[in-house]
Ligand binder design. Structure first.
Ligand code: TXA
Ligand code: MG
Length: 315
């Protein structure tokens, strides 16, 4: 049997048996298991080498499913769901009993999202349970945006990899919740802060920089390649590291050149850059360069999330 394919029935069969299946989404590939089956969820943590204090996102087929698993707390969150689901938005809501504590690492809120990917939705529609799925990479490494990325790293730990092509957005979902009546953004991601503000008004960034386990996706040493990565003004960094073999990650029109060159978007389009980011980071990491130097991208729209990921990937 091929391990990678588009066979939804096979994927559904494995998931019903409590096995792990990698699934596509518009953001990144997820490592999925039956969210209501504690044993299956446990095996996600083992496969990823993920600490148990880092909770998982639960994927549901549509917004109506929310009532089964959580309580709506604030009309603004409902408005976001109406407007952006299916899409790269995760909501933190007070969980109901049915969600096992292992999914939320014992926290009272559960992270929920409806992925915007036809294969993933077809799969969810064949199942009577939601899917817990973190990004399908070993803990701390770069998230996968193709089925091949998943196979390269987790082949021996998943029953099947559902191939939905390259992820259209390429950055993980934006995580949003409410505390004391304030809308908070815990993780920048595929839905921009600007879009959220346009929909519901003021929001507060509450990006967690330390090892506070409230949203460990915000741990600083995340999304990291194996090679040292330096992030900022590429030209200056190249001068500082001129004795090293360099892989450059650039953005827009530029004359900078080094040993290995990757341009996230020659036409300076942040959407295209987001889509290319993790794949090019992997290529840079797998190149014969000794270090990676990444250029800061414009800090607007998805550029904010790109800079956030590069900052966390940096030494
Ligand atoms: O786009 C995405 O969000 C992808 C796809 C597969 O859906 N998933 C993803 O999962 O990025 P993961 O596990 O790599 O990141 C999920 C983040 C983690 O930082 C986790 O700490 C946070 O969501 N999270 C999950 N449940 C939470 C909860 N109950 N309270 C606070 N943070 C939570
Ligand atoms: Mg992740």
């Amino acid at each position: 049997m091929e391990q990678i394919g588009k066979n939804i029935d096979l994927a559904a069969k494995f998931l019903k048996e409590g096995d792990l299946v990698a699934i596509p989404s518009e953001t990144v590939y997820g490592l999925a298991a039956n969210a209501l089956n504690e044993k299956a969820v446990f095996s996600i943590f083992t496969a990823k080498n993920r600490p148990h204090f880092d909770p998982l996102i639960v994927h549901i087929k549509n917004a109506e499913q929310i009532d089964l698993y959580a309580e709506w707390e604030d009309d603004r969150l409902k408005k976001l769901a109406d407007k952006f689901w299916p899409g790269p938005l995760t909501l933190l809501l007070q969980k109901k009993e049915i969600i096992p504590d292992i999914v939320t690492s014992g926290l009272s809120r559960v992270a929920l999202r409806v992925p915007n990917h036809e294969l993933a939705l077809d799969l969810l529609n064949k199942l009577e349970f939601p899917l817990a799925a973190p990004s399908a990479n070993p803990f701390g490494y770069i998230s996968p945006t193709t089925a091949q990325h998943v196979q390269d790293q987790l082949a021996d730990r998943v029953a099947y990899i559902l191939d939905g092509g390259a992820c259209r957005v390429g950055l993980e979902s934006t995580i949003v919740g409410v505390e004391d009546g304030k809308i908070l953004i815990y993780r920048l991601g595929g839905l921009s802060v600007e879009e959220i503000k346009n929909a519901i008004g003021d929001v507060t960034l509450s990006l967690i920089e330390s090892s506070d386990p409230k949203a460990p996706g915000q741990l600083k040493s995340h999304y990291a390649p194996k090679k040292p990565l330096y992030f900022g003004d590429a030209e200056k960094l190249m001068q500082q590291h001129s004795n090293k073999k360099i892989a450059l990650l650039l953005f827009g029109k530029t004359n900078l050149k080094s040993d290995f060159n990757f341009n996230l978007s020659e036409k300076a389009d942040v959407l295209e850059a987001a889509k290319n980011l993790f794949d090019m980071l992997r290529q840079a990491d797998n190149s014969e360069a000794e270090i990676v130097i990444a250029q800061l991208v414009p800090d607007e729209n998805l550029g904010k999330a790109i800079n956030d990921r590069l900052k966390r990937a940096a030494v």
